[in-house]
Design a protein around this ligand. Structure first.
Ligand SMILES: NC(=O)c1ccc[n+]([C@@H]2O[C@H](COP(=O)([O-])OP(=O)(O)OC[C@H]3O[C@@H](n4cnc5c(N)ncnc54)[C@H](O)[C@@H]3O)[C@@H](O)[C@H]2O)c1
Length: 326
């Protein structure tokens, strides 16, 4: 018996943003319909290294995709030339349990996260959205924009980061896939005047103030994916229609985790999961004035749906190396 090894390069050659969006939308739909199994992520915390390691298993019955991802988050890594997030993914056969592929999951994680933001905005942002504000110009900032550019006619991109150099680098790379007007700044307030605002920093204190958010804005809150992390003023969550990716996961590691623990909001302030919206169980945006927030923690079902797609394409293209196993 053999296992297919797919390097990051092989995965890159097997996955477009359009395909990632299709896979993630289907994964959310299954989550909403109750045909997905996904125990909560388990975390190991490396306090002395400012990092953590997570395992993320899932099974999608409809797509018949299952496996587990192992992924770290070390915000100091870029200083030593490594990405903040690196991941490895094992895809198994649901029928026999046998591992069928092992693949790099770093590019896939970035793509499925960008795809989640795109799917959420498709259901929650104004259809006419043209201006995107990005808070954080790192890896997630890029793929969030790539995903949104697939769904909306983005004309203006406003980027804020503590580092103007990172803003410039994001602009340069984004120009390769999105011809838009770019405005860069170190002042977060300047990018909040947007139809869709995306936050992708590892912040542990609110960065975006309620008074900076105009009516009708949709916010993709991506950065908070572990206990103690938050990017938004809790008053925004009070005012907005809040949609989470998964209630259990978001409650202890998403944007809502700190305000829930501190009593700034209650579970009643959370409207629905994105799966329930995608599956049509509850409506998404109700009018052009509503403020909406998608709280993304990143779900293992996004990974397995996307990895299953990658595997099929890689096999069709003859990519990867077959390794002896049993
Ligand atoms: N929701 C999900 O599914 C998901 C998936 C992957 C990563 N994440 C999270 O997203 C966050 C970003 O990940 P990344 O890979 O893009 O990291 P990254 O290090 O590549 O980028 C983060 C960027 O945020 C900037 N930044 C940090 N603090 C800031 C502040 N106070 N104001 C403005 N800018 C600031 C940094 O300068 C950097 O450019 C992390 O917290 C990570 O855990 C979430």
């Amino acid at each position: 018996m053999e296992i297919l090894w797919l390097s990051e390069e092989d995965v890159m050659a097997s996955l477009s943003m359009e395909e990632a969006i299709e896979a993630v939308e289907e994964a959310f739909r299954e989550h909403g319909m109750g045909t997905a199994q996904m125990p909560p992520k388990s975390y190991l915390i490396y306090k002395r290294y400012n990092g953590d390691l997570r395992t993320m298993p899932a099974y999608l019955e409809g797509m018949d995709a299952t496996g587990v991802k192992v992924v770290n988050v070390h915000p100091d890594n870029p200083g030593s030339g490594l990405p903040t997030v690196m991941a490895l993914l094992i895809l198994n056969s649901p029928k026999t349990g046998a591992p069928i592929a092992v693949m790099g999951g770093t590019f896939l994680t970035n793509m499925r996260t960008g795809a989640a933001g795109a799917v959420a905005a498709k259901y929650l942002a104004k259809k006419s959205s043209k201006t995107v504000g990005l808070v954080g110009a790192g890896a997630q900032g890029r793929t969030q924009l790539l995903g949104l550019a697939d769904i909306f006619d983005v004309e203006t991109v406003k980027v804020a980061d503590v580092s103007l150099d990172r803003c410039r680098a994001l602009e340069e790379e984004s120009r390769t896939f999105l011809d838009a007007s770019y405005e860069i700044s170190t002042d977060i307030r300047e990018v909040c005047d947007a139809d869709i605002l995306v936050t992708t920093t590892p912040s542990r204190k609110p960065l975006v103030k309620e008074g900076w958010i105009k009516e009708g804005t949709h916010i993709n809150a991506i950065g908070a994916d572990a206990a103690g992390k938050e990017e938004l003023d809790p008053a925004i969550l009070k005012r907005a229609k809040v949609v989470v990716d998964d209630l259990v996961q978001a409650s202890h590691s998403g944007e809502v985790n700190v305000p829930l623990a501190e009593g700034g909001i209650t579970l009643e302030d959370i409207y629905a999961t994105i799966g329930e919206v995608v599956a049509g169980k509850v409506p998404g945006r109700k009018d052009d004035d509503e403020v909406t927030v998608f709280d993304s923690t990143g779900l293992a079902i996004q990974d397995m749906a996307t990895a299953s797609r990658v595997y099929r394409t890689a096999v069709e293209k003859g990519l990867g190396i077959r390794l002896p196993f049993l």
